[in-house]
Write a protein that binds this ligand. Structure first.
Ligand code: ADP
Length: 230
C-alpha cells in the first residue's frame, strides 16, 4: 500500500534523506525508529505530500505523490508531530468540520462515532485548547481516522502522554491499524514492542535495519539500535 523508491531529500546542503526505499503492505504496523534528526518527519511529510522529495518517488494506494497528491491524501490519515488543532474550536465541532472537509457522508454522525471510539465523550463539549495533552492527541487521532483511511501515518503519536493515556492510545492504534498499513515514528523502543509488527531503523537519512519484530526481543532491538545509530 506504501511504496517508497529511492527517496532523497536535500534541505540546502543538508541531506535529510539519502536513497530511502521500502514498502508497507496492508495489515503491517511499521515502527520507524531513529534518533532526533534522522529524517523520520521528513519522510512522513513527503509521503503525505506536504513537501516534495529532491529525488525518487513514492506511491500510496497506487497514487503517485507527483501525479495524484489529492488521491494520496484521500487514502491517508495523518497525525503530524505538532498535532495542529484549532484550539478555539469545540471538540465535536472540530471533528464535524474535519469530517466535512474529508467529504464523509453524514459528518455529524461520524464525528460522534469517533468521539465514542477515542474515549472523548466527557470532553466533547470542551474547547480543544482546554484539553490535556493526552486528550488533544485523541482528537488528533480521531481526525486522522475520521474518513476510515487505508493508510495511517503517525508522527510520534504517544510523545508526552501519561501512562494511562499511553496505554489507551497504543490500544487504539493497534485496533484501528488492523487491515490498514500503518507507519508510525518513535524513538521509544517499548512503543515498537507494544504496537508494531516490523521495525525500520533510520540514521542520518539512511535505512540501517528492517526487521520483522517477532525476530527480535526489545532488548536485542535496543542493542541493535544503539550499535547502528551511534
Ligand atoms: P526526525 O523527524 O527524525 O527528528 P527530521 O526529518 O525532522 O528528523 O530532520 C532531518 C534533518 O533535516 C535534520 O537534520 C533537520 O535539522 C533537517 N531539517 C528538517 N526540516 C528542515 C527544514 N525545513 N529546513 C532545513 N533543514 C531541515
Amino acid at each position: 500500500m506504501i511504496e517508497i523508491n529511492n527517496i532523497t531529500k536535500l534541505y540546502g546542503q543538508q541531506r535529510a534523506l539519502d536513497g530511502v526505499s521500502f514498502s508497507i503492505a496492508r495489515g503491517e504496523i511499521v515502527g520507524l525508529l531513529g534518533p532526533n534528526g534522522a529524517g523520520k518527519s521528513t519522510l512522513m511529510k513527503i509521503l503525505t505530500c506536504f513537501i516534495p522529495p529532491t529525488e525518487g518517488d513514492a506511491t500510496v494506494c497506487g497514487h503517485s505523490i507527483y501525479d495524484d497528491p489529492l488521491g494520496v491524501r484521500r487514502c491517508i490519515g495523518y497525525l503530524p508531530e505538532q498535532n495542529p488543532l484549532y484550539t478555539d474550536m469545540y471538540v465535536r465541532e472540530y471533528l464535524r468540520f474535519a469530517a466535512g472537509l474529508c467529504g464523509v457522508k453524514a459528518p455529524a454522525a461520524r464525528a460522534d462515532e469517533m468521539i465514542e471510539l477515542t474515549g472523548l465523550t466527557p470532553e466533547a463539549n470542551k474547547k480543544i485548547g482546554q484539553l490535556s495533552k493526552g486528550y488533544r492527541q485523541r482528537v488528533g487521532l480521531a481526525q486522522a481516522l475520521i474518513h476510515d483511511p487505508e493508510v495511517l501515518i503517525l508522527d510520534e503519536p504517544t510523545t508526552g502522554l501519561d501512562p494511562n493515556q499511553l496505554e489507551f492510545v497504543r490500544q487504539l492504534i493497534r485496533e484501528e491499524g488492523q487491515g490498514k498499513a500503518v507507519l508510525l515514528s518513535t524513538h521509544v523502543m517499548q512503543e515498537v514492542e507494544a504496537m508494531c509488527s516490523r521495525t525500520i531503523i533510520i540514521n542520518h537519512g539512511r535505512i540501517v535495519a528492517d526487521d520483522p519484530l517477532n525476530q527480535l526481543t526489545a532488548g536485542q532491538l535496543t542493542e541493535k539500535f544503539h550499535k547502528l545509530t551511534n
